[in-house]
Write a protein that binds this ligand. Structure first.
Ligand SMILES: *[C@@H]1O[C@H](CO)[C@@H](O)[C@H](O)[C@H]1NC(C)=O
Ligand SMILES: *[C@@H]1O[C@H](CO)[C@@H](O)[C@H](O)[C@H]1NC(C)=O
Ligand SMILES: *[C@@H]1O[C@H](CO)[C@@H](O)[C@H](O)[C@H]1NC(C)=O
Ligand SMILES: *[C@@H]1O[C@H](CO)[C@@H](O)[C@H](O)[C@H]1NC(C)=O
Ligand SMILES: *[C@@H]1O[C@H](CO)[C@@H](O)[C@H](O)[C@H]1NC(C)=O
Ligand SMILES: *[C@@H]1O[C@H](CO)[C@@H](O)[C@H](O)[C@H]1NC(C)=O
Ligand SMILES: *[C@@H]1O[C@H](CO)[C@@H](O)[C@H](O)[C@H]1NC(C)=O
Ligand SMILES: *[C@@H]1O[C@H](CO)[C@@H](O)[C@H](O)[C@H]1NC(C)=O
Ligand SMILES: *[C@@H]1O[C@H](CO)[C@@H](O)[C@H](O)[C@H]1NC(C)=O
Ligand SMILES: *[C@@H]1O[C@H](CO)[C@@H](O)[C@H](O)[C@H]1NC(C)=O
Ligand SMILES: *[C@@H]1O[C@H](CO)[C@@H](O)[C@H](O)[C@H]1NC(C)=O
Ligand SMILES: *[C@@H]1O[C@H](CO)[C@@H](O)[C@H](O)[C@H]1NC(C)=O
Length: 680
């Protein structure tokens, strides 16, 4: 996949338009740019209306004779109406260009710049529809993605013979892919992601001799993928459309395809032979379809396969034992299929394996599986949510996972104790054993795992005191660490109901967390918890903790969620907790607290539910000191609801994005595509 990114980078950076600072702006171009500027709702930074030389303006590139060859103003929050059917310059000249009067509706056409090679107005707020005709004879790169453009895709973009990159993604474009694109012979990269483009995927796109990258993700395309001619395509993404039927056996015609994503369509049947034998494919992403049958990759052929994502399909059989002979395979996610049996013995020699997720499969023999997987020297992430059922937590003290950073085995009804072999997982950052039936105490050695930042042992039957060592976890104490759970996974984009761009990926930011809720823990909340200044979530609800709430918790400067509800805590709520400026979720409900609820700070945002069920507690604004007894009755219903909502994020790893995809950025109208850029 690296080769692919490299290739794409070359395409984009291939346009090195040279700024010539001293040249005087071509007068015709200057007029067009001034109109463009006047059509904006607010001023463009770095452009001055009284500087006659537009070559000096920010984002403008001129050639040596002053011709404007580059206009690049991405991510400027520019608001205006770019495209209109007005093509007559004289008509434009007669318009009153007073900015205030014409707020946001001025018809300006910048498609009158005959020398323009690069036009980048991505990630702004331009609206209107695309012009029927475009007069940009020199254009090579045109990026107007991530705006509010609507209407059909203009057919005129390909009239210029030189266009190499055309990005129209993340708008509201409708209609079919225009037939005129069959003549876009120099096109290397076409992206129409996240629009409402309909119809079939025209076969002529695959015949475009230079086209390397085609991204049609999240549209309304129907029918089947067809291609009867050899294609140069390297990157093809048709995910999140309405493609149906079987995937035809056409991949021999894509000898250079390294990235193929068709997730979230209505595809069924088996994976076609030509795909199972592809020598070029590096990433194969078919999740969330109805593919069925056995998973039968030909690893002798698939020498370049790095990422295999077949999550949420109807594949059956056992986990293919030949996967280790796919010599480049690093990342495997087969969750949400009806795979049965256990991890094959052959995985013992799976040296390249880096990430393995088998959530929501019907596996058995966790103990034997771990015995095998411990021999994968590069295994860093192991996700087995809901993969096993009611087995015993393997307790063999000799199990070794030297490189493991993420171990996730929730929702398996595992019995037994928290195992001693975790002691040796010195690289561990994320440990999730929630929603099992583990008993016994929390072993103190967990507090000595030097890198642990995310510990979820909630919803088990653990008892005893919370080991004090947990308050000494170094990464929770000192570092400003946020876990970036980033793999070589793609980012998925969709437009939300309200027009915002939603970005999905498997990755997430894990807030530093201690979740020990829903157990039978007793004893005090150690004052030393106050040392965990990097902790973002502390959840101790539904235990039997007693004693007071230590005032030291006021030192938890990063804390966002602090839930101590449903314990046996006594005493008063320390006034100093009001200092916690990041605190957005707080509850001490259903304890035996007394005194006055502090007011001010974030406390003014908490409601009665954060404090109810403490007969001795009263507060000026929240509860009256006499009348707070009856709220206790709500308890039973609340329990049920909470336990559903608080299903651990990992549960979803098998069922696709439902819970697991935590990086779901609901960006406001002003969007930042930065995170996307590194994938482009
Ligand atoms: C401006 O456009 C007019 C009409 O197309 C043309 O005759 C003239 O040469 C252009 N001027 C420059 C400086 O390019
Ligand atoms: C116009 O130019 C003058 C002198 O160069 C400068 O001081 C002034 O700020 C400019 N006005 C605007 C609106 O840019
Ligand atoms: C443009 O409109 C403004 C506001 O109505 C007006 O004050 C100004 O005189 C007009 N200018 C021209 C050239 O018509
Ligand atoms: C593509 O170009 C050919 C040759 O110039 C022309 O005959 C054909 O009509 C063009 N196709 C479209 C859809 O414009
Ligand atoms: C593409 O395929 C069609 C139909 O199979 C065939 O008629 C045509 O000659 C092929 N074109 C090229 C350039 O191979
Ligand atoms: C595939 O890539 C190779 C090497 O980069 C290149 O020579 C070839 O033309 C490309 N296209 C096809 C269809 O093989
Ligand atoms: C799965 O695909 C369907 C369409 O087939 C889509 O509606 C749904 O949102 C997808 N689910 C996820 C979690 O992406
Ligand atoms: C899963 O597969 C097993 C055996 O292949 C079968 O008995 C079982 O019914 C399947 N379960 C589902 C939910 O399809
Ligand atoms: C294991 O990982 C190391 C470091 O990332 C890498 O150099 C090595 O090639 C990997 N081993 C295999 C067999 O892929
Ligand atoms: C942890 O907290 C305790 C009590 O609040 C304090 O005495 C101790 O110095 C702290 N330790 C570290 C390493 O900060
Ligand atoms: C932590 O809190 C306690 C009690 O509120 C206080 O005495 C102590 O100085 C604080 N320590 C730090 C490191 O802020
Ligand atoms: C709450 O604490 C008081 C003493 O402070 C005690 O008398 C009472 O029994 C406690 N209530 C519960 C439900 O534990």
């Amino acid at each position: 996949m690296n080769a692919l990114w490299l290739c794409v980078t070359v395409i984009v950076t291939g346009f090195s338009v040279q700024a010539q600072l001293n040249s005087n702006c071509n007068s015709n171009d200057s007029i067009v740019l001034k109109r463009f500027m006047d059509g904006m709702e607010s001023a463009i930074d770095g452009w001055t209306s009284n500087s006659s030389n537009c070559c000096d303006w920010d984002g403008i590139t001129c050639d040596s004779s002053g011709k404007v060859i580059g206009l690049e103003l991405p991510k400027r929050k520019l608001i205006g109406n770019l495209f209109v059917s007005l093509t007559n310059l004289d008509q434009l000249r007669t318009l009153n260009l007073s900015r205030n009067l014409l707020k946001g509706t001025l018809p300006v056409s910048i498609f009158q710049l005959p020398y323009l090679q690069v036009l980048d107005l991505s990630a702004n707020e331009f609206s209107g529809s695309l012009p029927a005709t475009v007069n940009l004879p020199s254009i090579q790169l045109l990026d107007i993605s991530d705006n509010n453009l609507e209407g059909p895709i203009a057919s005129g973009f390909c009239i210029s013979s030189g266009i190499r990159v055309l990005k129209l993604g993340v708008n509201y474009l409708t209609g079919e892919i225009p037939l005129e694109f069959e003549n876009c012979s120099s096109l290397e990269h076409l992206s129409l992601d996240a629009n409402f483009v309909s119809g079939i995927i025209p076969e002529y796109l695959f015949r475009l001799p230079r086209l390397l990258r085609l991204s049609l993700q999240d549209n309304e395309l129907i029918g089947q993928l067809r291609n009867s001619n050899l294609s140069n395509l390297v990157y093809l993404d048709v995910s999140l459309n309405y493609l149906s039927g079987k995937l035809p056996d056409i991949f021999d015609n894509f000898p250079n395809l390294t990235y193929f994503a068709a997730h979230s369509n209505n595809l069924n049947g088996g994976i076609p032979l030509s795909l199972l034998n592809s020598r070029s494919i590096s990433s194969l992403i078919l999740r969330n379809n109805s593919f069925s049958g056995l998973i039968e990759l030909n690893c002798q052929a698939m020498v370049n396969l790095v990422l295999l994502d077949l999550v949420d399909n109807k594949f059956t059989g056992s986990i293919p034992g030949n996967l280790p002979s796919c010599l480049s395979l690093k990342t495997i996610d087969l969750g949400g299929n009806n795979l049965t049996g256990q991890i094959p013995e052959s995985f013992k020699g799976f040296n390249s394996l880096f990430y393995l997720s088998l959530s929501m499969c019907n596996l058995n023999n966790l103990s034997g599986s771990l015995q095998i997987l411990q021999n994968c020297p590069n295994l860093t992430t192991l996700v087995l949510s809901r993969s096993f059922d009611s087995e015993e937590m393997p307790s063999d003290a000799n199990l070794q996972f030297k490189r493991l950073k993420t171990l996730v085995i929730p929702n398996c009804k595992l019995t037994g104790m928290i195992p001693v072999w975790l002691n040796g997982l010195t690289k561990l950052q994320i440990l999730d054993l929630s929603w099992n039936e583990l008993t016994g105490r929390i072993p103190p050695f967990l507090g000595h795992l030097q890198s642990l930042l995310y510990l979820d042992l909630s919803n088990n039957y653990l008892n005893g005191e919370i080991p004090k060592s947990l308050t000494q976890l170094p990464d929770l104490q000192f570092h400003e660490n946020q876990l970036e759970f980033s793999l070589e996974f793609p980012v998925f984009m969709r437009r939300g109901m309200n027009g915002n761009v939603l970005r999905y990926s498997y990755g997430t930011r894990f807030p530093p967390t201690l979740d020990l809720s829903n157990n039978f823990l007793t004893g005090p909340i150690w004052p030393e918890f106050g040392n965990l200044t990097n902790l973002h979530v502390l959840n101790l609800k539904y235990n039997e903790l007693s004693g007071t709430i230590p005032s030291n918790l006021a030192n938890l400067t990063s804390i966002e969620t602090l839930d101590l509800s449903h314990n046996d805590l006594t005493g008063e709520i320390s006034l100093s907790l009001v200092r916690l400026g990041m605190l957005s979720k707080f509850s001490v409900a259903y304890n035996n607290l007394t005194g006055i609820i502090p007011s001010g700070g974030q406390f003014s945002t908490f409601s009665v539910s954060s404090f109810e069920g403490n007969p001795g507690l009263c507060g000026e604004f929240v509860l009256s000191c006499v009348n707070n007894q009856e709220s206790v009755h709500a308890r039973v219903f609340e329990d049920v609801e909470e336990s559903i909502i608080s299903l651990p994020v990992w549960t979803g790893f098998g069922i696709g994005f439902l819970f697991a995809v935590i990086l779901l950025l609901v960006l406001p109208r002003v969007r930042d595509t930065h995170s996307m850029d590194k994938f482009e």
